[in-house]
Write a protein that binds this ligand. Structure first.
Ligand code: PMV
Length: 333
């Protein structure tokens, strides 16, 4: 029985994917841009299995394995079927995954999870040398569109594509280009109340949804330029506009979705205070309550110390720009 293990990182979106023109195929309505993280990763081990059933496990942080919930199992099986179909194979697998950061709190666990699963399955099917654009498209088909960005390192753009045509994500700058830091203030652990798939589905019901789409070309251009010029002054304000608009749309969708917790607001306030004190730190959130504070390396320790001292903050994760997924020699089982 051969085993393949891949670690794939989470990513934090500067311009968010929110709303799809075809949710089943994860065809987005807008282009998105993200930074791939370094330390927040999902590890996935896949072993080929005789028989006609897949086995799916979660590796527990302190050893041992547990069975994942039915929805997660369904999505993993679906992605394995898709990978088998792609590789014209009947092969069944034993799969285990482990996250080294809290799952589903808006920390992109589905992006890293499905990127790792897709890459490990490609390896287990003997197709590990597939071009990255094709692997990005396969990761997207998992239903977690942002997984298409997590197969790449550095700074990544996922274009919207056109009509029926999807576009793979592509790297716009590598991890060494700009030493940005992401100080994540964790104010809430545990699964979010409404999965992002449902958020995408409801997004067009918000009266502000169409307006954001109008504003996006200019924001995307600014973010591309900010990355090219390594300008946090240019990036920061767009980061916060995007984060607030995502949540504005969620809160005004029908029915509404409130991802924020009281701690979210407290952290946003602190980030403003930090800026008033002269530290260039800017906040963004994905579909969850936790806040990613983007800053440069020189500000990182001060930002982390301040956030850690807050009552509302459970703990802080200090992350940076990562170079993308890697194959591991050590397996989860
Ligand atoms: O990839 P999904 O379907 O989990 O959606 C991701 C949604 C956000 O994290 C809020 C934004 C993004 O682009 O990562």
């Amino acid at each position: 029985m051969t085993k393949t293990t891949v670690s794939a990182p989470a990513n934090i979106a500067f311009v968010k994917y929110w709303g799809a023109r075809d949710l089943d195929r994860a065809l987005p309505l807008n282009a998105s841009i993200s930074m791939t993280l370094d330390r927040c990763v999902t590890q996935c081990t896949i072993e080929t299995l005789a028989g006609d059933q897949d086995e799916i496990w979660l590796a527990e942080p302190h050893g041992g394995f547990s069975a994942p919930g039915p929805e997660f199992q369904r999505r993993v099986r679906q992605q394995l079927d898709r990978m088998r179909q792609w590789a014209a194979s009947e092969q069944r697998f034993r799969v285990a995954t482990r996250n080294n950061f809290p799952i589903a709190g808006g920390l992109a666990s589905s992006a890293s999870g499905f990127a790792a699963l897709t890459l490990a399955a490609a390896g287990a099917l003997g197709r590990g040398d597939t071009p990255i654009a094709e692997l990005s498209s396969l990761a997207r088909r998992s239903g977690s569109g942002s997984a298409s960005r997590s197969v790449l390192g550095g700074f990544v753009e996922w274009p919207a594509g056109e009509g029926d045509r999807a576009s793979p994500a592509m790297q716009i700058a590598d991890a060494d280009h700009w030493d940005l830091r992401d100080v994540i203030a964790v104010v809430e652990i545990g699964p979010k109340a409404v999965p992002s798939l449902e958020g995408h589905r409801r997004a067009p019901t918000s009266p502000y949804f169409a307006r954001r789409l109008e504003l996006l070309p200019e924001r995307l251009a600014k973010v591309r330029r900010a990355i090219a010029e390594r300008s946090l002054d240019l990036l920061g304000p767009v980061l916060e506009e995007e984060a607030v608009d995502l949540h504005l749309i969620a809160m005004s969708s029908r029915p509404p979705i409130f991802y924020w917790a009281p701690g979210t607001v407290a952290v946003l306030r602190t980030v403003r205070e930090l800026r008033q004190e002269g530290l260039a730190a800017w906040a963004t959130m994905d579909a969850g309550a936790n806040v990613h504070v983007i800053c440069d390396a020189a500000a990182e320790e001060d930002v982390a110390e301040r956030l850690e001292s807050m009552e509302a903050v459970g703990f802080v994760i200090q992350d940076s720009v990562g170079s993308g997924p890697q194959t591991d020699d050590e397996h989860l089982f």
